[in-house]
Structures are given as structure tokens and as C-alpha cells.
Design a protein around this ligand. Structure first.
Ligand SMILES: C[S@@+](CC[C@H](N)C(=O)[O-])C[C@H]1O[C@@H](n2cnc3c(N)ncnc32)[C@H](O)[C@@H]1O
Length: 376
């Protein structure tokens, strides 16, 4: 990549590195920028810090800098509209803005289902979905006599889309690292087609990869014969029929040993379903039940039974705050309310914020048979 062709790249790279660090030396910043962009002279980095964008950076001591954007942002921005529903707080905001202004090390776990095509939740695509016309949302064929919910078309993502996805999750990972306490679990719904992109971007941002939780569920993906040649290749499926949904598990690196971290930060593990059984990484699930879809008509609604099992396990001592930065209908917050945890959700779309305010109490009060992860 030729950073000289696009000078803003160096500035953006410094901003993204400093958004995860309290303060850093010129040498550390230069090294971080070089690791992303190739060889960038320290003098160029210094001039960005000192001269070019004084509104973005401030010197903390000789040769050390930090991002000024954090304080300025808090001072300049209006407070985001926030609604309290039982023990949850729902914020109408863009989560990237919210995360930048959030006090560092103040969240104990993140459980979230982010947008993936990165356009499917844009205003344009949402308006097409709401009108039922075109766009990235497709209506799968009805199945067992039931009309299926619309799904985004992920198989059309090309190399450029994957790069955009990587950059999105790299930035999100840095902000997640800054907002969470050491040992915090960061659990993200994904898809077997691109979970590697999300996992590598978030690890590059400084989070530790800790495996996946498998939600065992029959999805509508894969299993089809070759298009327009299905009669010729009757015994072929182009892709395996997908029967699981991976939820990537990452961790904010520990502060000392697991036991030290648990004492100090109340994080650094998973809560067991019972003292005899550890939390397992396979959870039997089902498509979101009709009763829940009738309460909250969000196109990506996840089921309460699964979310309650996951959210409960995410705080090892049952203490702290769960964050869902892409809250949608508020289903994660509803699950947190159902298990008695504090939570914060961020949603940028006004219609989904209204939906969540209306439907969260109904979702959290549903009586649902508890599902335990398949344990040892
Ligand atoms: C995949 S959906 C999550 C739905 C959720 N699983 C549920 O059960 O309702 C992702 C949500 O993130 C929201 N979103 C997308 N980008 C966002 C951003 N930058 N900040 C906050 N919310 C965002 C979308 O409007 C959408 O509601």
C-alpha cells in the first residue's frame, strides 16, 4: 500500500492505534503505523502528531502522545438518548461513537450479533427491506409451508467487501479492547463463510482468540445442487448444508493469573451451569420460535433460550456489565434482564430502538425452558 498516495492513511492509522492505548511514545506509534502500512518514517508520524492535526492528539509528556478525540468528543457531543428497561440501558447511537466516548475498562463482557454485509443495515438497504423490494435481502423459499424471514445475501461478498469487513472489525476490536476490563469475554455471532476474517481482524486489534461457541441450528444456507444444472448433478451440493452458527470467542488479555484477574476485575472465565458441569462450547438451539418473532419482528432476531445460556455464562461470577453494541431488538439485553444481569445496548436505527423499548419486557418475561450447553 502506498501511504504517500493517501496521506490521511497515516493519520487514521495513528488514531486507530491510539484509540486502544492510554498514551504511547513516538517510537511505539511509529512501529504500530509501520506494522499496518509498511515503512513510514518517524518524522512523518511526528509531523502528524505535532503539526498536522493538533485537534486530534495531545502530548502527555516528552515524546508521548494520546488521542484528544476522547475528551473532545464527550465535551462536544450531545448525550445519546438512553432508555432504562429493568436492569438494562438502551442507547440510541452509533456504537463506534459511543465506544469512543465510553470510559475505558468499564464493560465486563460483550455479547453481540453484528451486521455482516456491512450494508444490510444501512438506511438504503433497510428501506428496501421494509418495502419488500430488491437489495441485499432475499426471501428464502417457503419451507414446510412457512414463509421464512428475509436473509442477507452473504455469498455475494467479494475480496473488496472482505477487506472492508476486516477494517470494520479491526476498528471495532480496538474499541472493544479499550472499553473492556482485562479478562472480559467478547462473543460475536458469525458465519462459517467469514468467521476467519472477523477472528483475524479482532486478534490483530489486540484481543486473544479463545475458540468458538457452536449454536447447533439448522440454517437455510447450503445444501443446494449447482444452479441451472441440478438435474445433471443430482448427487452434488455446492456447499455443505449448514447446521451450525459459530459465535467467535475472544478475550481481553488477562491481568496476571486467572485467579488474580477474577479477584480484581470479576472476569477471566465462564460461569458454570452448575458446580458439577463446566460451560460447554456446543449449545443445542433451534430457529427463533414464532412466539418471539411475533413479539419482535427484527430480521436477525436470536432466540432467548440460546441468548440466556450464553449471556449467563459470559460473566464468570455473575457480576458486571454486559454490552451489546449492535442491539437490534434488544434480545441480548432482554436475556440479561431474564438472568438478572446489568446490561447496556447500543442501536443506531430509530425504528429498532422503538421496537426494543416495546418488546424487551415481553421477551425477558417469556417462560422458556432452560437449555444448558452440552457439557462434560
Ligand atoms: C444483526 S442485527 C442484530 C439483531 C439482534 N441479534 C436481535 O436479536 O435483535 C445488527 C443490528 O446492529 C445495528 N447496527 C448496525 N451498525 C450499527 C452501529 N454502527 N451502531 C449501532 N448499531 C448498529 C443494526 O441496525 C441492526 O439492528
Amino acid at each position: 500500500m502506498n501511504y504517500r498516495a493517501a496521506p490521511g492513511i497515516v493519520r487514521d492509522s495513528i488514531v486507530s492505534y491510539l484509540s486502544a492505548a492510554e498514551s504511547a511514545s513516538l517510537a511505539e506509534i511509529t512501529q504500530a503505523v509501520a506494522s499496518r502500512l509498511g515503512d513510514v518514517p518517524a518524522s512523518s508520524v511526528r509531523s502528524y502528531l505535532n503539526l498536522n492535526t493538533p485537534e486530534l492528539f495531545e502530548r502527555t509528556s516528552r515524546g508521548h502522545y494520546r488521542l484528544r478525540i476522547v475528551d473532545d468528543h464527550v465535551a462536544k457531543s450531545k448525550p445519546h438518548p438512553t432508555y432504562e428497561i429493568d436492569r438494562a440501558k438502551l442507547v440510541h447511537a452509533n456504537c463506534f461513537d459511543w465506544l469512543r466516548s465510553r470510559e475505558g475498562r468499564s464493560v465486563h463482557a460483550i455479547v453481540t450479533d453484528p451486521p455482516y454485509g456491512l450494508v444490510e443495515y444501512s438506511a438504503v438497504e433497510q428501506s428496501k427491506l421494509r418495502k419488500g423490494r430488491g437489495g441485499v435481502w432475499r426471501i428464502p423459499p417457503s419451507f414446510d409451508g412457512h414463509q421464512r424471514a428475509p436473509l442477507p445475501r452473504f455469498t455475494v461478498l467479494d475480496e473488496g467487501d472482505l477487506q472492508v469487513m476486516y477494517d470494520f472489525f479491526f476498528e471495532f476490536g480496538q474499541l472493544a479492547l479499550r472499553a473492556t476490563v482485562p479478562g472480559a469475554n467478547i462473543i460475536i455471532a458469525s458465519n462459517p463463510l467469514f468467521d476467519h476474517v472477523v477472528a483475524s481482524a479482532m486478534s490483530a486489534a489486540g484481543l486473544e482468540m479463545r475458540g468458538s461457541i457452536i449454536r447447533l441450528v439448522m440454517t437455510m444456507r447450503g445444501g443446494d445442487r449447482p444452479k441451472n444444472a441440478h438435474k445433471e448433478f443430482t448427487n452434488v451440493s455446492v456447499m455443505p448444508r449448514s447446521m451450525f452458527e459459530p459465535w467467535i470467542v475472544l478475550r481481553h488479555p488477562l491481568d496476571g493469573r486467572a485467579q488474580d484477574n477474577l479477584r480484581k476485575w470479576k472476569t477471566g472465565g465462564f460461569r458454570r451451569p452448575s458446580s458439577e458441569r463446566p460451560f460447554g462450547d456446543v449449545i443445542k438451539s433451534s430457529p427463533t420460535p414464532k412466539v418471539e418473532r411475533q413479539i419482535a419482528a427484527h430480521p436477525s432476531l436470536k432466540p432467548q433460550a440460546f441468548l440466556r445460556a450464553l449471556v449467563r455464562a459470559a460473566l464468570p461470577l455473575g457480576q458486571g456489565i454486559i454490552l451489546d453494541p449492535f442491539a437490534g431488538s434488544g434480545s441480548t439485553l432482554a436475556a440479561a434482564n431474564a438472568v438478572g444481569y446489568e446490561s447496556i445496548g447500543i442501536e443506531k436505527d430509530a425504528e429498532y430502538v422503538s421496537m426494543a423499548r416495546r418488546t424487551m419486557p415481553q421477551l425477558s418475561s417469556l417462560l422458556i425452558q432452560k437449555i444448558d450447553p452440552i457439557g462434560a
